[in-house]
Write a protein that binds this ligand. Structure first.
Ligand code: NAD
Length: 511
């Protein structure tokens, strides 16, 4: 196990010099490993990640149990999100990374006749990955794997609220290469800040908007690139023509999976007016059947919430909504002494309520009616957030129309929380839900620096655009440009004619 793993959590108040020292050591080790393993091919890196995939698969029960104990999610949530989601990403990398990362021949335009263009995807160096507490295994491994396969080394800091100490290191122990390339550092936000001081090549941050903003401010001092995967207030829009049973089941799962502590969970349910009452009645009936318990053996639907401050936010949002006239259709104001929170359904919700305008990040489904398609889009977009959304309708054209009009990073049609289910699709928000992507080709290349290479022959000729500049050359260049963008009919001929004259003239020395 890496020595940096032994570091204990520290608060903002104590031992910043200690945090600085731990950070310095972690980066020194990661930089060393980056140098040692810099020649590893993508294929060789994939071979190490393949060991990791097998280790995760073989040790899934231990991982699930650990995550359940620490963050309280129910067993099936842990299996699907932490294990399946992670394996699926590793699998996608195995199938696609080599193709996406190999040098690309890029078409060279006629203006650069005789030359070749190449695009290289190179590693950045040591990437800092900072994670939140809601998916402590999945978030960690997804970012780490993307960074490693692209040739980087990693310093990874989990959340102090779900450190799952030693868990990531245990799976990485399947490969000494991965062990060396990934340094895990534990601590609070001030440790995160100390790590940024070490000037990582990039910061990949997943967490809340306010922290993202602080990280960006600190990173800006040293011009460190940042990628921010932030919170959401995802809308689910249900039209009356959508099959009711499926949309009700989708809303329940979308709102309550991971006890509502999912960045792209359904936080605003918009239901078409004509079917509204029937839909909410069915939703309540469905919620009555949900089994809420932590420490289950696969027989519970919803686990406990992870941290008290998040449960308190749920209480605040629900109380605020009730004071402003919302109706509690299911559940109750959570008990301050328990992290087990019954799912809550609220209707008669208005946009000024906190439960509608702020990220709640708990098992609460506020429901609102809409009159027309335009009204649904307007309500859905009326937020600073823009992570994901879902649209349920039997009308395929309408579904695509609405998906196109939503200001979000991903849309699931007749499904919920599922655009992120495909590792080949990029995941990441619009507006204040962040920028940059994780997964998909775009997400993978986010961990690389593209390098443009132009290859010319080692001849004795000089280029037309090199010195000397003369009035004659200027004229020839003008004619050449005119030819380049001339009407199609004579273009090729004109380009050849003026290009050759320019070329011939350029070889003459200045008189
Ligand atoms: P948070 O912002 O409080 O903390 C996230 C991480 O940042 C933690 O590891 C924390 O220690 C660290 N941190 C805090 N201050 C820091 C600083 N100044 N410098 C460096 N690091 C610092 O978020 P959280 O409460 O752990 O997570 C919940 C939030 O994460 C929600 O808003 C949720 O929507 C969001 N989230 C987003 C995604 C996504 O992919 N978009 C995924 C999961 C969670």
């Amino acid at each position: 196990m890496n020595t940096t793993n032994e570091v204990k959590s520290h608060t903002h108040d104590n031992a910043p010099p200690f945090e600085a020292e731990v950070s310095r050591i972690a980066f020194a080790k990661a930089r060393l490993a980056f140098g040692v393993h810099s020649q590893l091919s993508t294929q060789a890196r994939l071979a190490e990640l393949s060991k990791l995939k097998q280790t995760i698969l073989a040790n899934r029960s231990t991982i699930i149990t650990r995550v359940m104990q620490e963050v309280g999610k129910c067993r099936t949530d842990a299996l699907i999100a932490e294990i399946l989601g992670t394996l699926d990403w590793l699998n996608w990398l195995e199938k696609n990374a080599e193709r996406l990362l190999r040098p690309e021949q890029v078409k060279t335009p006629i203006t650069l006749l005789g030359k070749q263009s190449l695009l290289l995807h190179e590693p950045l160096g040591v990437v800092l990955i900072i994670c939140p507490w809601n998916y402590p295994f999945h978030n960690a491994i997804t970012g780490i794997a993307a960074a490693i396969v692209t040739g980087n080394a990693v310093v990874y800091k989990p959340s102090e609220h779900a450190p799952c100490k030693g868990m990531v290191e245990q799976v990485l122990a399947c490969s000494p290469v991965l062990q060396a390339l990934v340094q895990v550092v534990y601590g609070t936000g001030s440790m995160g800040s100390a790590l940024i001081e070490q000037q990582p090549a990039k910061i990949f941050f997943t967490g809340s908007g306010p922290t993202g903003s602080k990280i960006m401010a600190q990173a800006s001092q040293a011009l460190i690139p940042v990628e921010l995967e932030l919170g959401g207030k995802d809308p689910m829009i249900v039209f009356t023509d959508a099959p009711m049973a499926r949309s009700v089941a989708g809303a329940l799962w979308g709102g309550f999976t991971n006890a509502g502590q999912s960045c792209s969970g359904v936080e605003r349910l918009l239901v078409e007016q004509s079917g509204y009452e029937r839909f909410v009645d069915a939703l309540v009936k469905g919620a009555e059947k949900l089994v809420v318990r932590s420490g289950d053996s696969g027989d519970a639907d919803v686990g406990r919430m992870t941290v008290g401050f998040q449960r308190d936010k749920v209480i605040e949002h629900v109380q605020d909504a009730l004071e402003r006239g919302a109706r509690l259709r299911f559940g109750a104001v959570p008990n301050v002494n328990s992290l087990t929170v019954q799912p809550i359904i609220l209707d008669r919700v208005t946009p000024d309520m906190r439960v509608w305008s702020e990220e709640t990040f708990g098992p609460v489904l506020p429901v609102m009616a809409f009159s027309t398609e335009a009204h649904a889009i307007e309500l859905a977009n009326d937020t600073d957030y823009g992570l994901c959304a879902s649209v349920f309708t039997a009308d395929a054209a309408r579904a695509l129309r609405v998906a196109g009009a939503l200001e979000v990073g991903g849309v699931s049609i007749n499904n919920v929380n599922m655009s992120e289910g495909n590792p080949g699709l990029p995941f990441g928000g619009a507006k204040k839900s962040g920028f940059g992507k994780l997964r998909g080709p775009e997400g993978l290349l986010g961990f690389t620096r593209s390098k443009a290479v132009l290859i010319d022959k080692a001849g004795s000729r000089i280029e037309a655009n090199w010195y000397p500049y003369t009035p004659r050359k200027f004229k020839l260049f003008e004619r050449f440009i005119q030819a380049l963008y001339a009407p199609r009919r004579f273009r090729l001929l004109a380009i050849a004619w003026h290009g050759l004259r320019l070329e011939a003239f350029s070889q003459k020395p200045r008189k």
